[in-house]
Design a protein around this ligand. Structure first.
Ligand code: ATP
Ligand code: MG
Length: 390
């Protein structure tokens, strides 16, 4: 019996490229990933030909949607500058696909964005309606980026800003768990997705689209395609700030973000240990290399306060990130203690700023949020005044 992937390939073979070739013979397809009825891949074309390929992209999506067993399709049309290496490797080929560069304006040029190099002199195109995009990042894994990202986002919301959260961790998305989101995003007009609304914030994560147990065998280009789609093909609406929860490290996702959208800045999360600080330094260096300003460093898991006796102990040391920030000449944004409460609330999908807004931890995150807001120079919206006419 043919697998869904075989049926998808057969459907794509019936779609013609602008030169009249079968799509599967056009050398433009990345690996095709089929998991649980969801199909993901990218079409990489010469930047000068993006316009001709737009119709093909749509026909490919329609052809796949008609395949029995397919529930959803995510296809990214990405552009590569002329003079790039040969074919992308056919869909069935074992050769590693080349790394595509994104067309400005995302997977599909929108709003009249002309095809061309990924980053012109003016930098990458923004997301219409989104005033500022910030990344929450670290070099090292497990230091609390996602926890800080979600509570920082809630702190910004409490300051009166309209906030969105993009979970850019394609391999290990956190937002479904941190915000207890189990529903699937709805589509608008067949191709665009509506973010999930939680605590007054718009949230998008690959985890809303694929099951938690699904093995994530993504390659670099697939990570880029998925990120591009989540940035460009989601109805984010009007946002003052989009907080992006980054995966650990300095790899494809970080570069994609820096190339794809104008990042207003990066918040670096570190624990106080030397090893984490070395990785934080790497993260800072990477953002500086791609001209993304570092908003500052947050020291997470700073001091441990015993919930029973109130005694403070510095399990990982304390103050290391503040000293590192001074040394590197970047702002220090605040210290978040290692607190059972923060972990339990995170694990339960009820972040501390949303569920204990009057507690000490919420205040710490709100103070960090205020420093971030000040660095972005976005205005907090005053609560609307109700005028009663006499
Ligand atoms: N301040 C804190 N106090 C107690 N536990 C915390 C704190 N910050 C994070 N944690 C816990 O540490 C674990 C890792 O946190 P989190 O998932 O936010 O890290 P991460 O840096 O996003 O990880 P990854 O690199 O895997 O994306 C989680 O169980 C979280 O609840
Ligand atoms: Mg994380």
């Amino acid at each position: 019996m043919a697998s869904v992937k075989d049926d998808v390939l057969a459907a794509l073979a019936k779609v013609a490229s602008p030169e009249g070739k079968r799509l599967t013979d056009s050398g433009t397809l990345s690996d095709i990933v089929v998991t649980d009825g969801k199909v993901f891949f990218s079409i990489t074309v010469d930047a000068a030909q993006v316009k001709q390929w737009e119709g093909v992209h749509e026909r490919a999506e329609a052809a796949i949607r008609a395949v029995p067993g397919v529930h959803s399709v995510m296809v990214a049309l990405t552009a590569e500058r002329v003079g790039g290496a040969g074919g992308a490797g056919g869909a069935a080929s074992a050769a590693p696909p080349r790394r595509p560069q994104m067309a400005p304006g995302g997977a599909r040029p929108r709003d009249g964005a002309a095809p061309g190099p990924a980053q012109g002199p003016a930098g990458p195109a923004g997301i219409p309606g989104v005033a500022a995009i910030i990344a929450v990042a670290s070099g090292k894994g497990g230091v609390g980026k996602s926890t800080v990202a979600v509570n920082l986002a809630l702190g910004l919301r409490d300051l009166g800003l309209k906030v969105g959260i993009l979970d850019a961790d394609i391999y290990g998305p956190s937002m479904p768990k941190l915000l207890a989101i189990r529903e699937r995003p709805q589509t608008v007009g067949g191709t665009r997705l509506k973010p999930i609304m939680r605590h007054g914030m718009a949230v998008m994560s690959i985890g809303f689209l694929v099951e938690e147990e699904t093995p994530m065998i993504w390659r670099g280009p697939m990570v880029m395609s998925a990120l591009t789609q989540m940035l460009r093909e989601v109805e984010w609406g009007t946002l003052d700030v989009m907080v992006v929860d980054m995966p650990p490290g300095t790899g494809d996702a970080q570069l994609t973000m820096a190339q794809q959208v104008p990042l207003k800045g990066a918040v670096i999360v570190s624990t106080p240990q030397d090893l984490a600080l070395i990785d934080a330094r790497r993260g800072i260096a990477m953002f500086r290399r791609v001209n993304v300003p570092v908003i500052g460093i947050v020291e997470n898991m700073s001091t441990f306060i015993c919930p029973h006796c109130g005694t403070r102990s510095d399990i990982f040391g304390h103050g290391g990130a503040r000293r590192e920030a001074e040394r590197l000449g970047v702002p220090f944004l605040g210290e978040v203690p290692l607190a059972i409460d923060i972990r339990e609330k995170s694990d339960a999908g009820a972040p501390v700023v949303a569920t204990e807004p009057d507690g000490p931890h919420a205040k710490i995150f709100r103070d960090i949020a205020a420093r971030v807001r000040d660095s972005l120079q976005v205005e907090s919206r005053p609560a609307p005044k109700i005028v009663i006419e006499a």
